[in-house]
Design a protein around this ligand. Structure first.
Ligand code: CA
Length: 506
C-alpha cells in the first residue's frame, strides 16, 4: 500500500515538474484532469494527502489550472471564462456562476451522465429530491454537482450567561423578556465597573446588507425576500410585521440597547472588542463564538455564554438566517475530453470512503476508526484551529460533496453542540430557497438583478434612517410603499413567483 502511494506521489511530482509527458504513464487506468478551483483563498493543490489518497483509489489525478498568484476566486474565474481556455473541471463557490456558465455552453449537462455512470450521486438525489431540485436550471439541465452543508443551523442567538446569573434574570423566552434583559444589561451594571458602558446588543458584520439581515433576523424577518416551500414568495419589507420591527429597533437604538456604531463596526475586530473588554451582552453569531468562553476565562473571571432559542413573537420562534442549501460545487467543461471518467471521479466523493476521506482526512493521521465511526485524533482536536488542521491535508476543501455534520460536531465547542441540538430539536431554523435555486432564463436574471440592486440600496438607506432616528417609519410608510413600486417591486415579485413555480414543478 505504501509503495503505491509513493508511486503516485512520484508520478505527480514528475508531472508537476513537466519532465515527462502524459503518454509515458503506462497504466491505462490512470487518468489526469485539469481543474480550476479556489476555495477560501486556497488554490487546489494536487499534493494534498486527501486528493492523493483519492488518486490511489480512483486512478485519477487532478492538476491545478489557475494562476498561482490568483487571490480572488471570482476575478480568476472571470478571466478564465474570458480566455476561453477551460480546464476539464471547474469549481465555483457561487452556484449562479456555474449555472450561467452552463446555460452559456461552457459546462455540459450532467443529469444523463449521472444517471448512467454515477450511482452514488444518483442514489443521493433519489433520497433527497429537494437537493436535486435546487440545482436544476430553467432549461431542465444540471450543470454542477454541489457542495451541500450538513444542516441548516449556522449562526445562533448567544447571551452572556454570567451577566444573566449576576442580575438574577431568567433565559428570555419571549420578545418582551428579551427586551427586559437588554434593558437590565444597560442599566444594572453587569460588568460591575460602576459605568453604564455595556453594549447590550452588538453584531459583527461584513457589510450593510448583512447588518440589516442580522437586525431583522431577531424579529423573524428576512431582508428582503423570504422564499420557502410552505409559503412561496414573500417580499418582507412592505408587511406590517416589518413596520413593527423597525419601530422596535428604532426605540431600542434610542435607548442605547443596540451598539450605536452597529452600522460601521468592522467584521474582524468587533467580537474581540465586545467580549474582550467585557462590554457586549448579546449577539447572533456562528459557532466560533463559543471559544471565547475558554479564551477569556482568565481575563474575565466567570465569563460565560449560552445559546438560546429565538425569543417568541406571538408564540412564533423562527430563525430566518440559515445556511445556504448549497454553496457552489463543480462541473465539467464543454472542452473536457473524458466526461464519463470525470463524472465517475465526482461520484467517488459521494461514496462512503470518498465522503469519509473528504470529511475526516487520512485514517491514522487525522482520524481513527472507533466502533465503526471515524473519530478525530488529538492532532485535529487539540489544534488551535481544528478546521485549519483539516484544510492542510485538503479535507473540507469545498467542491461537489455532501458534508457530514458529524465532522462539525466533533470539533465544536460543547456549548455549540448543545445549542445546535436545541435548534434542531425545536426545528426553529427556516428552510429558505435562495434565488440561485429558482429557475430563470439568463436575460430574466439580468432584469431581476437591476431591480434588486435598486430595491436594496433604497430600503437599506431608509432602514438605517429609521433605526437611527433620522426619520420616522410611520410618517414615511406611504411614500416608501409607493417608491418600492416605482423601482419595480411588482415585476420582481412576478419574476420570483415564475421561478418558484418552475422550481416546484421540476
Ligand atoms: Ca458597567
Amino acid at each position: 500500500m505504501k509503495i503505491r502511494q509513493y508511486t503516485v506521489l512520484f508520478i505527480a511530482i514528475v508531472l508537476l515538474n513537466g519532465c515527462t509527458q502524459k503518454k509515458e504513464v503506462n497504466d491505462t487506468t490512470k487518468k489526469e484532469y485539469t481543474i480550476f478551483g479556489m476555495f477560501n483563498k486556497m488554490i487546489f493543490n494536487e499534493n494534498w494527502p486527501v486528493f492523493q489518497e483519492a488518486s490511489k483509489q480512483t486512478g485519477v489525478t487532478l492538476k491545478s489550472k489557475i494562476s498561482q498568484n490568483a487571490v480572488d476566486e471570482q476575478e480568476a474565474f472571470n478571466l478564465m471564462v474570458a480566455s476561453g481556455d477551460l480546464p476539464d473541471i471547474i469549481r465555483n463557490g457561487f452556484p449562479q456562476k456555474l449555472n450561467t456558465l452552463g446555460t452559456d455552453g461552457g459546462l455540459i449537462p450532467l443529469q444523463d451522465l449521472i444517471d448512467e455512470h454515477a450511482p452514488n450521486i444518483k442514489k443521493f438525489w433519489e433520497d433527497r429530491p429537494d437537493l436535486k431540485r435546487v440545482v436544476t436550471t430553467y432549461d431542465g439541465n444540471i450543470y454542477q454537482v454541489p457542495y451541500y452543508p450538513p444542516i441548516k443551523v449556522g449562526a445562533v442567538h448567544i447571551l452572556r450567561k454570567d451577566w444573566l446569573d449576576k442580575l438574577g434574570l431568567p433565559v428570555p423566552k419571549t420578545m418582551e423578556e428579551f427586551y427586559n434583559t437588554l434593558v437590565a444589561f444597560k442599566t444594572q451594571d453587569p460588568n460591575g465597573n460602576g459605568l453604564a458602558d455595556e453594549i447590550p446588543w452588538f453584531q459583527r458584520s461584513s457589510d450593510l446588507n448583512n447588518t440589516l439581515k442580522l437586525l431583522l433576523n431577531l424579529f423573524q424577518i428576512s431582508y428582503m425576500w423570504n422564499i420557502t416551500e410552505d409559503y412561496g414568495v414573500v417580499f418582507e419589507l412592505n408587511r406590517l410585521e416589518f413596520k413593527d420591527a423597525i419601530r422596535e429597533l428604532s426605540k431600542w437604538y434610542k435607548e442605547g440597547l443596540i451598539d450605536p456604531e452597529i452600522f460601521t463596526r468592522d467584521f474582524a475586530t468587533t467580537r474581540d472588542y465586545m467580549f474582550g473588554n467585557n462590554l457586549g451582552g448579546y449577539t447572533f453569531d456562528w459557532a466560533s463564538t463559543a471559544y471565547y468562553v475558554d479564551s477569556l476565562k482568565d481575563t474575565i473571571p466567570g465569563f460565560n455564554l449560552l445559546v438560546f432559542l429565538p425569543p417568541a413573537i406571538n408564540d412564533k420562534k423562527i430563525v430566518p438566517f440559515a445556511r445556504n442549501v448549497y454553496a457552489g460545487g463543480w462541473g465539467i467543461s464543454s472542452t473536457a475530453k473524458d466526461p464519463i471518467g470525470i463524472i465517475k471521479y465526482f461520484d467517488y466523493w459521494f461514496s462512503e470512503e470518498g465522503r469519509r476521506l473528504w470529511n475526516f482526512g487520512i485514517e491514522g493521521d487525522q482520524y481513527t476508526m472507533v466502533d465503526g465511526e471515524p473519530i478525530f485524533t488529538d492532532k485535529v482536536l487539540k489544534a488551535a484551529s481544528p478546521l485549519n488542521e483539516l484544510y492542510k491535508v485538503g479535507a473540507q476543501w469545498e467542491m461537489g460533496i455532501f458534508q457530514d455534520y458529524d465532522y462539525e460536531k466533533q470539533i465544536s465547542h460543547p456549548l455549540i453542540k448543545e445549542g445546535y441540538k436545541l435548534y434542531i430539536d425545536e426545528d426553529v431554523v427556516q428552510s429558505s430557497i435562495g434565488f440561485a435555486a429558482l429557475q430563470h432564463a439568463p436575460e430574466i436574471i439580468k432584469e431581476y438583478s437591476m431591480i434588486q440592486v435598486n430595491l436594496e440600496s433604497y430600503t437599506a438607506e431608509m432602514i438605517q434612517k429609521w433605526i437611527m432616528g433620522a426619520s420616522d417609519i410611520d410618517k414615511d410608510w406611504d411614500s416608501f410603499i409607493k417608491r418600492l413600486d416605482e423601482i419595480g417591486l411588482q415585476r420582481a415579485i412576478e419574476i420570483n413567483e415564475d421561478g418558484f413555480r418552475r422550481y416546484i414543478k421540476s
